[in-house]
Design a protein around this ligand. Structure first.
Ligand SMILES: C[S@@+](CC[C@H](N)C(=O)[O-])C[C@H]1O[C@@H](n2cnc3c(N)ncnc32)[C@H](O)[C@@H]1O
Length: 437
């Protein structure tokens, strides 16, 4: 008899021991959340005295064991972060990271970061309460009683509007184990709030899990056995991708039956992103892979980020944050884990490959980006976002500095671009305006 396809392909998200030890790929997500929260709060502080952070799949707040090279090492090495005495720990889960960030923002009198945590599992919910207790003392935070994100959503949407002068920008972080916890209709409600009051949405996308769920939904064995299990899987996929995708995912699954397994997965994430643009009206929707190793064949998961102001949110903040995460994969431990070396040659090759790829498409893109006088800084942002949108190069593959030094300055030196003014070194600065000759 056919065995049901396992929904968990490896231990990346195996629920039972997820909080026993923090994995490298969870650290990457935490560093990004920490940096993004700070950058976004600094940026929005002049517009609002309160900012909401909603952790819809909060977990227990703390892992039993951290990971070496985790958040503590990042803080130690960062000039910016080590100024703060926030006691970030390698064991911190996303809720504690948010509360410690809120404490920093409070101590600077910068902004009130209000935190809302939802955790369905009863035991983890209790641990979350215990773990937040000391860290969050005196801070503005709320933990909902154990219940699913969608069951809490009505209350949450009321709560985030309350108690501040006016509804404030809200960053939603939906860190699900699987595609089942949040349906597309819920995302539309979040997006509607953000159209009116601002904020961004980060959602984990488990590509492999979704494909296996679709595989189970479409498996002939359910029909042969007259079971309803296939329908249950199908309903979950319908809810995740949204009603308007009912036909599309079924058709694509049939169309790709003989294609490599990743073909459907790649279609699914691009389809989902397009829906977020079209149906939720996000101006910018980007995704990036979180991998275990730089040469891993498949990512552990993707993070999708959605914003109405992608220029600053993604082109500036997120791009360089993801770049740093990509680079960190090129530090490799030896077998005894006693020495860490940087894989210089591999990293240089990776960078060169990205630059070669851009060169292939640059002519056609430049006309859109700088046929009019454009500040070099803005031209870089536009190029980053265009490359990502056109699936030429995803966000964070090169740093902003590299776009300037290795793409735009050579174009200026070759006379393809002209500059209204230049710096002492004879090159346009980020504030100088450039255009195609
Ligand atoms: C990936 S873990 C969260 C990890 C956490 N964000 C962190 O970074 O420390 C996902 C959590 O969501 C919880 N969960 C699963 N389904 C849920 C649902 N429908 N609503 C709320 N929480 C849910 C799980 O119990 C689990 O603790």
């Amino acid at each position: 008899m056919n065995k049901q396809l396992s929904l968990f392909d490896d231990d990346a998200n195996a629920e039972h021991d997820f909080f026993a030890r923090k994995r490298k790929w969870s650290v990457a997500k935490h560093r990004i959340i920490l940096k993004y929260l700070q950058a976004s709060c600094y940026n929005l502080a002049s517009l609002s005295d309160t900012i909401n952070y909603i952790d819809g799949f909060a977990g227990s707040g703390e892992y039993e064991e951290g990971t070496i090279g985790g958040i503590e090492e990042f803080i130690k090495k960062s000039y910016f972060w080590k100024r703060y005495e926030a006691n970030f720990s390698d064991k911190d889960g996303s809720p504690l990271i948010a509360l410690k960030t809120a404490r920093i923002l409070e101590s600077e009198n910068r902004v009130n970061l209000r935190c809302f945590f939802i955790e369905e599992n009863r035991e983890r919910n209790q641990k979350l309460i215990d773990n937040c207790c000391a860290v969050g003392e005196g801070l503005d935070y709320k933990i909902y009683p154990p219940s699913g994100f969608e069951e809490i959503l009505n209350r949450l949407m009321e709560d985030i509007k309350r108690d501040s002068n006016k509804p404030c920008p809200s960053l939603f972080f939906l860190d699900t184990f699987s595609p089942n916890g949040v349906g597309f209709e819920s995302l539309k409600r979040i997006a509607e709030y953000q159209i009116n009051f601002g904020g961004e949405l980060f959602i984990l996308f488990h590509n492999g899990y979704l494909s296996r769920q679709v595989g189970n939904a479409m498996s002939k064995k359910w029909k042969e056995q007259g079971k309803t299990t296939g329908d249950t899987f199908a309903k979950k996929v319908d809810s995740f991708l949204g009603e308007s995708s009912k036909k599309a995912w079924r058709d694509k699954w049939q169309e790709f039956t003989k294609s490599p397994a990743q073909t459907f997965a790649k279609w699914a994430i691009e389809h989902y992103k397009q829906k977020l643009r079209d149906e939720c009206e996000f101006k910018g929707v980007v995704s990036f892979e979180i991998k275990e190793k730089f040469n891993s064949a498949a990512p552990k998961y993707h993070i999708i980020a959605c914003s109405r102001y992608p220029e600053k949110a993604f082109g500036i903040f997120l791009n360089d944050m993801i770049y740093e995460e990509n680079k960190s994969l090129f530090f490799q431990e030896n077998v005894s884990k006693s020495v860490i070396k940087f894989l210089e040659k591999e990293w240089d090759k990776e960078n060169q490959d990205q630059l070669d790829r851009i060169t292939l498409y640059l002519d056609s893109i430049l006309a859109d980006i700088c046929s009019e006088w454009t500040k070099l800084d803005d031209a870089i942002t536009k190029l980053i976002l265009t490359l990502d949108r056109e699936s030429i190069l995803s966000l964070g593959k090169l740093k902003r500095k590299q776009y300037r030094a290795e793409v735009f300055i050579p174009l200026y030196q070759q006379g393809i671009l002209e500059a209204e003014s230049i710096g002492k070194n004879g090159q346009p600065r980020l504030t100088d305006r450039v255009r195609l000759r």
